[in-house]
Design a binder for this molecule. Sequence first.
Ligand code: ADP
Ligand code: MG
Length: 609
Amino acid sequence: MVAGVLLAIGFGLGQVGAADPVVAMIYILATVTGARFFAVEAVEKLRRGLVDIELLMTVAAVVSGLLGLWGEAAALAFLYSISEALEEFTDERTKGAIRSLMDLVPKTALRLDADGTTEEVPLELLQIGDRFLVKPGDSIATDGIVRDGASAVDESAITGESIPVEKTVGSMVFAGTSNAQGALVVEATATTTDNTLAMIVHLVTEAQEKKGSSELVMRRFARVYSPAVLAVGGLIALAGGLATGLWGVWLARAATVVVAAAPCALVISIPVTYVAAIGNAGRKGILIKGGIYLEELGRVETVALDKTGTLTGGVPRVVDVAAVGDSNPDEVLRLAGGVEQLSEHPLAAAVVAAATERAIPIPAATDFSSHPGAGAEATVDAMPVVVGSPAFARRRGVDLGEVAEIVDRMEDEGATVVVVSGAGRAVGAIAIADTIRAGARAMIEELRRLDIRRVAILTGDNPRSARAVAAAVGADEYHPELGPADKAHKVAELEARYGHVVMVGDGVNDAPALAAATVGVAMGTAGSDVALETADVALMADDLAKLPEGLRIGRRTRRIVQQNLALSAVILIALVPGALLGWFALPVAVLAHELSELVVIANGMRMAR
Ligand code: ADP
Ligand code: MG
C-alpha cells in the first residue's frame, strides 16, 4: 500500500511538472518498498540455485530502473507485491476455514465430580475417563460415550450430515457436535488434542500441504521454465541491441518479455484449487488425504464396493438357527455367542444379540482369534469352536456333514450363513439377514451419471447372497468368497482391466484392498482411528451418498484446474509476442499478468463452495 501511495504521488508530481530527479526519487522509494519482500526472496532462492518468478520480476524492475524507467519499475514492484500478498491471503483464508471448525468446541466443560457436584473446568483439564454434563443446546466438549440421558445430536461438524442423530446410553458422541433438547452425561474417551474433530482438522490441514502429482510436474516445469525465460530475455536484448544499436529500446522490451512470460498464474492454478477443494470436502465430512487422491478421484472409472458393512448396513439380524445331531438351536447360539462376544464383526453382534434375546447364558471363551473376511475361533467349554463362512469352516478342516444341506437351503433364501462347529464337527448353522442400505441403489445410479464404467462388489460372503445384493443395487459384477488378500488381488485385476479403481470398504478387514486401489475410501470412520488412518479418503458419515459427492468434487476440481491451465497458457501466448513487438510497455504486461492471476485464483476458489 505504501508503494502504491508513493507511486501515485510520483505520478501526480510528474503530471504537474515537478523536477525529474524528485519524481525519480519517489519512484525509487516506491520500487524499493514494493520489492522489499519478493526481491529478498528472489536472492534467497538464487543462493539455493533456484531461478523463480520473483527473480524474473526483480531483474525486470532493476533493468527498467537502470534505463531510467523508474515509473515502470515502481508500477511493477507495486502490482507484483499486491499479487504476492493476495496469494498469501487466499492460502491463509482457505486453510483457516477448516481450522475454524475448532471454534465449535466450547472452551470449558461441566465436569461431574465423584461427590455428584459439577464444576466448570477448562477443557485442557478434562481427562480420559472423566464424566461431564452436556446441557440442552450446548456443544459437546470432546469425544465420549453417553453414560446417562438421551438426546439428538447434530453431527454436521464431523459428518457433514445435518439430520440430528439419536443418542442414548452407550452411544458415541463427538467433539464439536451440537446437543439438541436432552441433557447428556458423557464419559470422555479422548482429550481435547486427540479427539475426532482435532484429528479431522489436523488431517485436512496436512492434506492441504501435500502436493498432487500434477502440481509437482508444474513445479518442476517452472524450475526449468523461469531460467529459460531469463535466458531468452538476455538473448532478445543482445540480438536486438546488436542488430539495431538501440540498446535502451531492446533492454526495455526484453524486460517486458520477461514479465509477460513469467508463469505466475500457471503456477498458482493447481494449488489454489486443491486447497479450496480439500477444505470444502473436509467440511462435508469427506476427508481427502492429499492432492494426489483428489486428482485420482477426478479420474476413476471403476468402483469396487465391499458388501458387508458397506453396501449392507444397519443392524444385521439372525433369522434362522438350525442344529444337527444331538445339538439344538440354543446350544448352537450358545457356542457361537461365546466366540462372537470377542469379535468386532457386524455379524458377530447379531449372533450375540440373538443369544441374549433368547436368554441363553453366553459362556466364557479363551484363545480367541479372528480371521478377517472368514470367521473367528476360540476355546469354549474346553473345546475348539470355529464360527464363520462355510468355506472357512472347510478350510479349518471341519466336517460339514448334514450341515451342508442346511447351508444350501439358507443361502438359497439369500441369507448370509455362519457355520458353527465344535471339536472339528459342524453342529449347526445360523442364517443372518443383512439389510441393504437405503441409498445403495440410488448411489450406484448416481455413479453411472458420473460416467463410472464398472461397478463391482467384492465380498467374503457366499455367491448367492452376493448375487442377490448385486442384483438389488444394480452392480455390474460380483466376486464372492474373497479373503482380504483376494480382495486386493481382485482390485488389481479390475484396475488392469478397466482403469483407475476406487475401492470402498469398512477400513479394517478391507485394508489390503484399500491399499491396492488407486484410491481407498473408508466409510463411517467417525470414531474409528484405524480406518481414518489407513484410508486415502475417509467418509466420516455412514452415508453412501458421500461417495458420488467425493467423485464429483474430484471431477469439478479437475475441470477447474484444466480451465485455469488453459487460461494461463493463452495469456502467456498472447502477451509474449506483443511484448516482443513493443506493442505495450512493462506496466501493461504486469497488469495483464496480475489480472490473469486474479481470475485464476477466483476460479479456483469456486471449489471452496
Ligand atoms: P464382506 O467382504 O462382504 O465385507 P466380510 O469379509 O466381513 O464380508 O465377511 C465375509 C464372511 O466371513 C461373512 O459372510 C461370514 O460368513 C464370515 N465371517 C467373517 N467374520 C465373521 C465372524 N466374526 N463371525 C461369523 N462369520 C464371520
Ligand atoms: Mg465388510
